[in-house]
Design a protein. Sequence first.
Length: 288
Amino acid sequence: MSINRRNFFKVLGVAGATLATDSLLKTNAEPSSNNKEFSGMLYDSTRCLGCQACERACAKANKLPEPFDKPRVGHIRETNDKRRTIINKYNTSKGEFNIKKQCMHCDEPACVAACLTQAMIKTKEGPVIWRADKCMGCRFCMVSCPFDSPKFEFLSSNPKIVKCTMCYDRLLEGKFPACANACPGDAILYGTRKDLIKEGRKRILENPTQYTDYIYGEHEAGGTSFLYLSAVPINELGFKTTLQKKSYPELTKGFLYSVPSIFVLWPSVLLGIYEATKNNRSKSENYE
């Protein structure tokens, strides 16, 4: 079947306009500078009781099922569409320790840079949140996150991208995140990122035998708003130690911004082929 070149290139021009709009959206989707003073949380694993009060508070705040399984050594629990934070237990060189896992709320999030429609954004307060009314369902946020935080509701008839939002709605009301508010051992401290780093360094300086001299999240992936103190090297608690210190959007900007263009352009190309061949199909059907 022959293709009408005029029709094809006319519709392909629409693809070019679409691609130009795509480029504009990508520019708008670039993460904000980490010069802003974001809110965050400092988690001290030496103080964690493993009681799961944070998990239950998170479930209640987000209308999710309460946790049904307990942290135990050798069993790695993961966040999913039904739980936004979890506690795991590890056997380390200094005995057993618990560790909390949730979205890290990066200062310059890869998920935000990868989002074509600005459905995923870094708020001026600090939390990284997802907005349903802007999402096109591409799930690039899931692919791009170095911490594997965003999850998809695969079994839902109206699926959403879900993850910890640092209880953004509560913050706007002047309240603390639910997990920090519920922790009986003061293992979770909420405040500005700057003050949390100062507090972390203070604890390390005053108790050098209790902590490793490192705050995880201070520099990882360009810095995160969720920070960790630990008594053992962080790799003993299941953390990735191969993450780069610079933000991922800074080094992979070209890649993150070019991949979505393929998917934006391709439907227009297919439409161009369809329109260009439609007249020929109609003529053929008339001759039959």
